[in-house]
Write a protein that binds this ligand. Sequence first.
Ligand SMILES: Cc1cc2nc3c(=O)[nH]c(=O)nc-3n(C[C@H](O)[C@H](O)[C@H](O)COP(=O)(O)OP(=O)(O)OC[C@H]3O[C@@H](n4cnc5c(N)ncnc54)[C@H](O)[C@@H]3O)c2cc1C
Length: 272
Amino acid sequence: MLNLVVCIKQVPMVSELPWNPKTGTLKRELAEGMMNPACAHALEAALQIKSRHGGKITVVTMGPPMAEEVLYEAMAMGADHGVLLSDPAMAGGDTFATSYTLARTIENQCPDFDLVLCGCFTSDSETAQVGPQLAEELDIPAAAYVEQLEIEGRMVRMQRISDNFLEIMEIKLPGLVTIMDRVYAPRYPSLEGLMQAYERPRIKILSAKNLALDANAIGQEGSPTKIINVYSPTAEKKNVVLKGTAKKVVDEIFNKYGEKISSAMGKDLKKM
Ligand SMILES: Cc1cc2nc3c(=O)[nH]c(=O)nc-3n(C[C@H](O)[C@H](O)[C@H](O)COP(=O)(O)OP(=O)(O)OC[C@H]3O[C@@H](n4cnc5c(N)ncnc54)[C@H](O)[C@@H]3O)c2cc1C
C-alpha cells in the first residue's frame, strides 16, 4: 500500500491575461481556473500506480480559495483526500516560498509518504523549480521530466528523454518525481466520481497558523525573487526604400540583410 502525494496548481484557463504592473502578478480573478495540464498527468500517473499497487492519494494545492475546484476534480478522478492551502499570508510566494509551504504541509499531513508527484512545469509561470526545490526541502531524492515510471519494491524505475537519449533511472523511496505532459493522458472524471466528490467532500483547508509556518518563509515575505518589470514585447516595423539600378538594389539588400535572409532560409547565401 503506497502513500502518494500529488501537488496540483490551479492555473488560469487563458494564456493572455492582464497583470498588475505594480506587483508583476497576474490578475487571476479575471479568468476561470483549471488544473495545470502537467499536474493532471502527474495525477494520472499516481492513479495508475494506485490501481497496480494499492494505496491512497492525497492531492495538495496552494492558491486562492477558488483553487479548491482542482481538488474536487482530482477526487472525481480518483484521489482520496485533498488539502487546500489558502491564506493571504501565502499569496505572492515565489517558487522558494511555495516549496517551503508545500514541504511543511506534506510533513504535517502525510508524514509517512512514499512518493510525491508534481507536474514538470506550470502553464502560467513555467519555472519548473517547485518539484526539485520541494525535494530539497523534504531531503529526499528526485528525478525531473519523467516520462514513465514503475514501482519495484522500495524503488521507482523511470524513463526520461534527455538530449534525444532515453535514460533509465532509479531512485529510492521516499522520493519525488516531476511528470512530463505526454504519456499519462489524464482520464475524464466520471459522473459517479463527481457526485461522490461533491456529496462527500474530503478536503481540509489549512492556513499558515494551522501548520505553524514561519511567517518570514512564506508569501511575499519569504520570496527572494523580486519582479523588476513586466511588459508586452512590441515588434517594430520600418519601411526602407532602396533606389538605383536593379544590381545596386540587390547588392545593397545582400550587404544589409544577407545574414537575416540566410538564417530565415536556413542557407548561407555567401556559399550559393
Ligand atoms: C493566495 C495565493 C495567491 C497566489 N497567486 C498566484 C499568482 O498570482 N500567480 C502564480 O503564478 N502563482 C500564485 N500563487 C501560487 C504560487 O505562488 C506559485 O504556485 C509558485 O510560485 C509556483 O511557481 P510555478 O508556477 O513556476 O511552478 P513550477 O515550478 O513551474 O511548477 C511545477 C509543479 O510544482 C507544483 N506546484 C507549483 N505550484 C504549486 C501550488 N501553488 N500548489 C501545489 N503545487 C504546486 C505542481 O505540481 C507543478 O506542476 C498563489 C498562491 C496563493 C496562496
